[in-house]
Design a binder for this molecule. Structure first.
Ligand SMILES: [Zn+2]
Length: 414
């Protein structure tokens, strides 16, 4: 099988190349040919009106859940089976939306994500390639706990798998979570917007505790992603050696300089705040949740802009599940709006995201890599031979509406 592409967005060189033919061997890219298309025997997919990019990567998803009420009561009304089946639905929506790989950074029902990954890998259901965190490592009453209930309510153990309160307990939690099939570790370093009673600005783990997670995960060859809004939590996690800071809402310049120096990725869900504010107002989410959304949305965008100035590595992650799954791509244009070039924004969701994952089989379209790709229709007014990325890619706003095809492993998803 082959695909004739109007343009290929090369996220390594930053160029858009007209008239490219991609040859596939099984689920991999066999060759990338430019110029006059050769005569081909097998089936050829005509993407001549489209710009083709590598399949997109979202580094921050929660496929086995979706926020409805702005509080955690509904989690207790869902069984493990519910979480798994909701995950099946969301995996389909995610891959349909052009995201062929995700890093799923935590499930309240521990390991529902790992089961979903297994179902996708076995071909039982359609979904993206998944890197799974399995559960949250969080302190008692922390941002990764199911909080907000009265003190005499016992939250089931299955929802508290990674609760840990010392270096030793953190190490044990990492061993248990990795042993149950996780690919990475998610540590909750500060309070969270949606967890009642927690303060997003406040640190929750000591630097030693986070370092315990990093060291122990390292024994499995795995990275740690740290949820951190507040500056102190970001600094502790960065110094402890985490791979990425999630959210980064109140990052000060010292934190950003430290991240740039250490090569720590910033994965900031800079689009979701708009959706949450609108939806939360409409559905009358709790006042505490609304206050925390409003307090963190614009500060996060400001931190993102400053992160670019500091040269912090940016990975694309949307916190899907906070908003309805399948809308991930809206954040691409947001990256451009906040100061990235269109090529850089694409890199954050392809090349750089694959580097953050440590996955050299996705992220670019090159021989040997998975034939995961997205085809987006280019306006008829654009010169067919154009090599100008700004012209062909625009400001990426058309990506949400003009996506025509998604291939995962050379198989057409839609
Ligand atoms: Zn999240």
């Amino acid at each position: 099988m082959a695909a004739r592409c109007g343009w290929l967005a090369d996220v390594v060189t930053g160029e858009v190349t007209p008239d490219v033919t991609l040859l596939f061997d099984g689920d991999r890219v066999a060759d990338v040919l430019t110029g006059d298309a050769p005569t081909l025997d097998g089936p050829v997919l005509d993407l001549s009106g489209c710009v083709v990019t590598p399949g997109l990567i979202d580094l921050h998803t929660h496929l086995t859940g979706e926020e409805e009420t702005g509080s955690y009561g509904d989690i207790l009304m869902e069984s493990e089976a519910d979480a798994a089946l909701i995950g099946v639905h969301n995996a389909r929506r995610t891959v349909d939306a052009g995201f062929t790989t995700v890093r799923d950074v935590g499930a309240f029902r521990a390991f529902a994500d790992v089961s979903l990954r297994k179902a996708i890998d076995n071909g039982w259901v359609v979904g993206p390639r998944m890197h799974c965190a399995g559960a949250y490592i969080t302190c008692t009453g922390g941002g990764g706990e199911v909080t907000g209930f009265s003190a005499d309510v016992c939250v089931p153990d299955a929802l508290r798998f990674g609760v840990a309160d010392s270096v030793d307990e953190v190490r044990r939690a990492v061993r248990q979570i990795m042993g149950h099939g996780a690919d990475l570790i998610k540590v909750i370093a500060t309070g969270a917007v949606l967890a009642p009673g927690t303060n997003p600005g406040a640190p929750e783990f000591t630097e030693e505790e986070i370092k315990g997670a990093v060291d122990e995960a390292g024994n499995y060859g795995a990275f740690v992603a740290a949820h951190a809004h507040g500056a102190e939590g970001i600094k502790r996690a960065t110094r402890a050696g985490v791979r990425s800071i999630e959210h980064g809402s109140f990052a000060d310049d010292e934190a950003l300089a430290l991240m740039a120096e250490r090569g720590t990725y910033l994965v900031a869900d800079v689009w979701a705040g708009d959706w949450m504010e609108e939806e939360g107002t409409k559905k009358e989410w709790p006042a505490e949740t609304m206050r925390k959304i409003i307090e963190s949305t614009e500060t996060q965008r400001d931190a993102f802009r400053r992160a670019l100035e500091h040269g912090v590595r940016i990975g694309f992650g949307t916190d899907s599940g906070i908003y309805p799954h399948g809308m991930n791509i809206h954040q691409l244009a947001k990256h451009v709006e906040l100061g990235m070039s269109p090529v850089a924004a694409l890199r954050s969701a392809t090349l750089w995201a694959s580097e953050c994952l440590g996955n050299d089989e996705v992220g670019i379209l090159a021989p040997g890599r998975y034939a995961d790709l997205v085809a987006v229709e280019v306006g008829a007014d654009v010169d067919r031979g154009s090599t100008n990325p700004a012209e062909v890619l625009g400001d990426l706003t058309q990506f949400a509406s003009q996506m025509r095809h998604v291939l995962k492993g050379a198989a057409l998803v839609r």
